[in-house]
Design a protein around this ligand. Structure first.
Ligand code: ATP
Ligand code: SF4
Length: 327
């Protein structure tokens, strides 16, 4: 029986800037079952990284979580105190950050970078035990144990990414958030690193949220897909069902633009520009670019925010067309 490991309910994160509140995450709700992989895609600036940081409770000023729940195995991270979060991060929820290749400390050997995370949670382990753990972790991401004595500048991009992956699973977390873990790597290395992450996921029964732009990569690695636009989820569902029949106009347009994306999708084929999150459009945030916001439905699109509803089992959309996109 599947059970939700993560339930996000009406999450809101704002950046408070001089001109007002940037609504980077604006009422997002979804759940993730134990041992499954969810992809989160969206154009640049749609709020993906802000959401990842919020799930880790790592948003920094001027950003703030202003509402909602983040239930990890039933426990609300949105209201946990800092001391609790220090215990929970890495041991229950961890992150391979965007640009993880540059996130390693340049002056510390690999073993020290991995050990520091373990020691923060499990004091009292002998040096020998710690070293053994580091070797096991490196081997689990297909790196030789000799890598433990190296500095980041001695590693290739793919190796650094593997070290970041090893560090993220050091304490067997329930959930790993991977924010564009391979975007800076060339396509071949990217696939190899993703295959390693995928193998770890199934061996450890991890739950994963994979953030990215690349619909092709998502199609290969995740079970379900969430499509984000202007701080909101537009569609969520089984990725195969979604590719076979997208139910939201935005997803449809993303998928139609796929063959021209050459696996590095920047979604550039969708006409129009993403809206300002300081003053998002009224009604449906996508209405300024949606070709279906015409006729009788158009007025509602411009004035009424569509609810995010489950219109078929496991298929969620926020659209007044209720999945009936005119052909
Ligand atoms: P990308 O794919 O480029 O990483 P993203 O989907 O992860 O983009 P975020 O980086 O989460 O998007 O940004 C969401 C919104 O928050 C954007 O409109 C961005 O301009 C805004 N934002 C991000 N950081 C700040 C900040 N420090 N101050 C003000 N606004 C910010
Ligand atoms: Fe387009 Fe209207 Fe649906 Fe928004 S609600 S996606 S504007 S048809």
């Amino acid at each position: 029986m599947s059970r939700p490991i993560l339930e996000v309910k009406d999450l809101r994160v704002h950046y408070y800037v001089e001109a007002g509140a940037v609504k980077a995450v604006d009422g997002v709700s979804f759940s993730l079952d134990e041992g499954t992989k969810l992809g989160l895609v969206g154009e640049s600036g749609s709020g993906k990284s802000t959401m990842a940081l919020a799930l880790m409770r790592m948003v920094q000023p001027p950003a703030r979580i202003v509402g909602g729940k983040i239930l990890l195995d039933g426990y609300d991270l949105a209201t946990a105190n800092e001391e609790e979060m220090r215990r929970i991060r890495l041991s229950q929820i961890s992150m391979i950050p965007q640009g993880a290749m540059n996130a390693l400390h340049p002056l510390l050997r690999v073993e020290r970078q991995i050990m520091d995370g373990i020691v923060d949670h499990e004091s009292g382990l002998s040096k020998a035990k710690l070293k053994e753990r580091v070797y096991e972790l490196l081997e689990s991401v297909e790196l030789n144990r000799r890598v433990s004595r190296m500095y980041p500048h001695q590693l290739s991009g793919g190796m650094k990414q593997r070290v970041a992956a090893a560090a993220s699973i050091a304490l067997h977390p329930k959930l790993v958030i991977a924010d564009e873990p391979t975007s800076a790597l060339d396509v071949v290395i990217q696939r190899q690193v993703m295959e390693t992450i995928s193998r770890l996921q199934s061996e450890m029964n991890l739950s994963i949220i994979l953030i990215g732009h690349d619909m092709g990569l998502m199609a290969q690695f995740v079970d379900r897909l969430a499509v984000m636009y202007a701080g909101k989820l537009m569609e969520l569902g089984d990725i195969r069902a979604m590719f076979a029949e997208p139910l939201h106009p935005y997803t449809l347009m993303l998928i139609r633009s796929l063959p021209r994306l050459e696996n590095k999708g920047e979604f550039s084929d969708i006409p129009g520009i993403t809206p300002s999150l300081l003053n998002p459009p009224s009604g449906c945030v996508f209405h300024t670019r949606c070709p279906y916001a015409t006729g009788s439905v158009g007025e509602r699109c411009r004035t009424v925010v569509p609810d995010f509803c489950e219109i078929r089992p496991g298929r969620w959309i926020a659209c007044h067309l209720d999945g009936e996109i005119p052909s």
